[in-house]
Design a protein around this ligand. Structure first.
Ligand code: TYD
Length: 134
């Protein structure tokens, strides 16, 4: 699976913790966009698409959620519940985000500006596209 959990350098302190991502060196890509999901109902599913080229780094900055990834052959689920780590996701993976806890906030850093053309929003199209990449 072209995804991995990455530790976010964190300065721990009795007065609170500080986690830092240097945007031009702390990730394997230089983010061009940040967005965050919040107020997501516990029963909601976000995602339901793949990206052709976009790389992303996802952090549960508060609460928890599950990121289910599918490369066309197998599925892997990551539970994100620690602001000291993020999930780095390479292109070409179908993803679904579920099980948001109350108050969960999910920060996403992305390698490119928003571009609807980069999305594959139909699972059958994704499987066909994915098979053609090999
Ligand atoms: P989408 O990426 O499908 O959300 P999710 O994967 O979290 O379920 O985007 C939802 C809507 O928001 C869609 O209409 C496109 C719009 N959108 C933007 O305009 N800019 C963005 O950067 C993103 C991520 C989405």
């Amino acid at each position: 699976m072209k995804a991995k959990l990455v530790a976010i350098p964190t300065i721990l302190n009795e007065a609170g913790n500080l986690s830092v991502l240097e945007l031009n060196s702390g990730l394997e890509f230089e983010p061009k966009r940040a967005y965050f999901l919040h107020g997501v109902p516990g029963q909601a599913t976000r995602g339901g698409h793949a990206h052709r080229e976009l790389r992303q780094f996802i952090v549960a900055v508060n609460g928890s959620l599950v990121v289910k990834l599918d490369d066309g052959f197998r599925e892997v689920a990551f539970t994100l519940n620690n602001p000291q780590e993020g999930l780095a996701i390479e292109p070409g993976l179908w993803r679904e985000l579920t099980d948001f806890s109350a108050g969960a906030v999910c920060l996403v850093l992305a390698s490119a500006p928003y571009d609807e053309e980069d999305y594959i929003r139909n699972y059958k199209d994704f499987l066909e596209w994915s098979a053609a990449q090999i």
